[in-house]
Design a binder for this molecule. Structure first.
Ligand code: LRY
Length: 237
């Protein structure tokens, strides 16, 4: 049985600190290991984790598959941008390595296929292609990806800039591709999860809406009167 079979019909939870806030107090492998253990206790069938240190800590804390990535930078191709990052994520204990498979230029000028080849030849991990369009999904499978995720729809110029998840992309990829299609990106509600499975998703990934108190609180606070009148922010410890 492939490790991807363990994800079938389930909820995957992404346990990551906020990429755009270097001071997110959740940026700590010990913390992420506990977050991962909690979501697994809640029923998550797998977890998605960023960086070798967090992958190692989470791998030791949970018994479900770990989808590891290794972000480098915040612009352009930054989710596991090179084969070197992918190999580090795999060697830290990822069962599946997620990497950007969009058609944008990669920082080392190499291809997504090079990353797939390196991971398959040098480790036992599978490769999950994070894409933003149908064409990128098709190309990722031709390059050898074991599964495709809609993670980057909404984050590239070629994809629709919508507030909610790109359910249309899930449906089109699921109808076309011979590999599992994973729905990811801006899933917030149980209804969206159901609609992704109806569209043919193999699994659904939820991140910030489950695992980032910073992200969740920042979305709630603007609804309070205090937010409108707040003078300067004081921190009480
Ligand atoms: C675009 C990008 O960098 N996505 C990253 C991928 O690993 C994460 O920052 C997201 O939190 C993750 O994809 C889950 O998505 P959401 O938090 O929307 O449920």
């Amino acid at each position: 049985m492939s490790v991807l079979d363990e994800l079938a019909g389930g909820l995957v939870v992404s346990c990551q600190p906020l990429p755009d806030d270097p001071d997110d107090p959740m940026r700590d492998p010990y913390v992420q290991a506990h977050v991962a253990a909690a979501v697994v206790r809640g029923g998550a069938v797998a977890v998605r984790v960023n960086g070798p240190d967090d992958v190692r800590a989470v791998r030791a804390a949970v018994g479900v598959p770990v989808i590891g990535l290794y972000k480098h930078g915040t612009q352009g191709v930054f989710i596991t941008p090179t084969a070197g990052h992918a190999l580090e994520a795999a060697r830290a204990g990822s069962h599946v390595v997620a990497a950007d498979a969009t058609d944008r230029p990669r920082p080392d000028g190499r291809s997504f296929a090079d990353t797939v080849r390196a991971v398959h030849e040098q480790t036992g991990a599978l490769v999950l292609a994070d894409v933003s369009t149908v064409a990128e999904g098709v190309a990722a499978v031709e390059a050898g990806a074991d599964a495709v995720a809609t993670t980057l729809s909404g984050y590239t110029p070629a994809s629709p800039q919508i507030d909610g998840p790109d359910l249309g992309l899930v449906a089109r990829l699921a109808a076309l591709l011979p590999v599992p299609v994973i729905a990811e990106g801006r899933y917030r509600t149980t209804e969206q999860i159901s609609r992704a499975f109806e569209a043919g998703a193999h699994a659904v990934v939820m991140g910030n809406a489950v695992t980032s108190p910073l992200w969740i609180t920042r979305r709630l606070v603007p609804a309070t009167p205090r937010a409108a009148s707040a003078p300067e922010k004081k921190e009480h410890r």
